[in-house]
Write a protein that binds this ligand. Structure first.
Ligand code: FAD
Ligand code: DLZ
Ligand code: SF4
Length: 499
């Protein structure tokens, strides 16, 4: 008899450890534990989703004939290792089968156990570690686009023989429409909590009710069957315009045409291949255009897989990187939303309510602000890890430390994702109601993004002026009247002091 560990983001009935086990002999161990619920102050919706999905999954395993030893949070276990040691004593076995966790912290903890642990590769991904590393080996730059093309070829998604469907690998230039007047998609499918989920909601309210984030209304799917309904709902209603408005942001439309499937995918309720197949079928059936479907598939077999590859290739110290030596504390308004910057206030507000913000809100509003203001990237990382329902370190860290904060020195991005208020104004409806003026570059009411943008470029001049993708910005800065430049730097400095 052996123990099979299933973690809160391993809720897939074909996961490696379950495939290795035998329902007739082995016992599945699942545990809600204090340490996992508290390594960052997770959003209550994230904890509730995790526990409710774990409990439902345990029931499904039992129905499939498995014996499941399930510990609830109220059983008082501190950590995953403690849960395994206790289960090992209870069942009289020291043999553990586990699927490799998605975080170095937990991998280290399992490897340090005084038990015999068989750690199996997590193969719920399109690319294995070996495949990613082989692709990365010897390359000067690890550009996602080239990795993505290999994944397209390997999996045959949107291929026309050996050519990309539609004659191009990437249709992103079609995908930059600004915010529309209205949204004709109802957003993600929402579900009513059943009794088992209600029990979790009460527990989470009791134990984590003071964490940042609204627990209710709780509308996430917590089973694979419901997650599949959410997928079908998106494919039939959202995918068609996903591409067009992928980068748009609206104050009162939190989801636009985004899929809002990442939490299900990352927890194991959905599989990346099944999602991409559903999207490709919609394209082949004429229900969604190529720019939407290519863009969507690229996010999943491209960006998501690439981020995972980077996290595991770069190693446990990745989250500590700080190539720009940013040291400022995270401003309180990341937790309160109390700022006159409407774009930031709205992004924080919806994050608090939904444990969700879409990519451009994460990258070009909160991420952009943190980078421009020189916030310590580790603090930024901990914030993102805590507040989003889809956040697990393997995917969150390369997005935050790499893509968003440039703290890895340019592994993920060839230039920092910074912008002035102009970009936000072009892509959103935030600015019209803001107490700052996006058109004002300096002086009374100037949008802080406008000031901080130039201050950032000036501060990091030696680092970035030779970057061909940034040279134009430095030329614009240099052409500016000297007095104006001095005022911008002075006002930016004053603003930064208020943070
Ligand atoms: P859609 O816009 O509908 O995209 C479809 C799917 O593509 C997503 O469900 C997701 O699985 C995948 N995807 C898209 N972009 C990325 C990306 N950059 N990296 C990985 N997968 C991607 N994603 C997470 O899953 N967890 C995180 O903790 C996370 N943190 C982020 C932090 C920052 C600073 C940034 C800029 C991005 C982060 N992302 C993260 C990526 C992306 O923002 C989310 O995957 C996406 O917003 C989830 O919403 P959705 O399901 O509606 O995605
Ligand atoms: C996110 C999370 C939370 C909140 N709680 C638990 C838990 O109590 N038990 C568990 O097995 N997993 C939990 N998880 C998911 C883990 O944090 C996740 O498996 C690791 O971070 C590795 O990705
Ligand atoms: Fe954000 Fe500036 Fe626009 Fe206000 S004016 S919403 S701070 S970009």
């Amino acid at each position: 008899m052996r123990l099979i560990l299933v973690l809160g983001d391993q809720l897939t009935d074909t996961i490696a450890a379950l495939r290795e086990g035998d329902p007739a002999k082995d016992v599945v161990v699942m545990a809600e534990v204090a340490d996992e619920a508290a390594y960052v102050p997770h959003h209550p919706k994230k904890i509730a989703f995790c526990f409710a999905a774990m409990r439902h999954f345990a029931e499904e395993l039992r129905a499939d004939g498995w014996t499941v030893d399930y510990a609830k949070l109220t059983d008082g276990l501190k950590s995953v290792p403690e849960a395994l040691v206790a289960a090992s004593e209870r069942h009289g076995t020291t043999e553990i089968i586990a699927t490799r966790p998605g975080e170095w912290r937990l991998i280290g903890a399992l490897e340090g156990l005084p038990l015999s642990v068989m750690l199996l590769e997590d193969d719920r991904f399109v690319a294995s570690h070996a495949e990613f590393d082989a692709w990365a080996e010897g390359r000067k730059e690890l550009r996602m686009e080239y990795f993505y093309r290999e994944m397209r070829r390997k999996n045959g998604f949107l291929m026309d023989g050996d050519k990309p469907e539609g004659g191009k690998w990437n249709f992103d230039h079609n995908n930059r429409k600004s915010a529309p007047a209205s949204v004709d998609f109802s957003g993600p499918m929402k579900f009513h909590p059943d009794d088992a989920t209600e029990e979790v909601l009460e527990l989470v309210q009791d134990r984590f009710g003071d964490n940042f984030g609204e627990l209710r209304p709780f509308w996430f799917a917590v089973t694979r069957a419901d997650a599949r309904r959410a997928l079908a709902h998106f494919i039939s209603g959202g995918l068609e315009k996903f591409g067009d408005f992928q980068d748009a942001m609206m104050a009162e439309e939190r989801f636009l045409w985004h899929s809002v499937l990442s939490m299900y995918l990352n927890a194991g309720l959905l599989d990346p291949i099944e999602i991409c197949e559903a999207a490709e079928t919609a394209y082949r059936d004429g229900a969604a255009p190529i720019n939407a479907v290519e863009g969507f598939i690229r996010q999943i077999i491209g960006w998501r897989e690439y981020m995972r590859g980077i996290y595991f290739r770069e190693g446990p110290d990745y989250v500590q990187r700080n190539s720009l030596d940013h040291r400022r504390k995270l401003p309180a308004f990341f937790w309160t939303g109390e700022t006159g910057m409407r774009c930031v206030a709205k992004a924080v507000e919806q994050t608090r309510d939904e444990a969700y913000a879409h990519h451009i809100q994460r990258l070009m509003v909160t991420g952009n602000f943190a980078l421009l203001a020189g916030i310590d990237p580790f603090e930024v990382h901990e914030w993102y890890l805590a507040v989003y329902a889809d956040a697990y370190e393997w995917v969150e860290a390369p997005n935050v430390i790499g893509m968003s904060q440039f703290a890895d020195g340019g592994i993920v991005g060839s230039k920092p994702y910074v912008s002035s208020g102009n970009y936000i104004d072009r892509m959103s409806d935030y600015c019209s109601d803001c107490e700052y003026s996006v058109k004002t570059k300096v002086g009374d009411g100037a949008c802080p993004f406008n000031l901080l943008y130039w201050e950032f470029l000036n501060r990091h001049r030696t680092r970035f002026e030779k970057n061909p993708r940034m040279a134009q910005m430095y030329r614009t800065w240099d052409r500016m009247d000297e007095g104006k430049r001095a005022r911008i730097l002075e006002e930016a400095g004053t603003f930064l002091e208020t943070l």
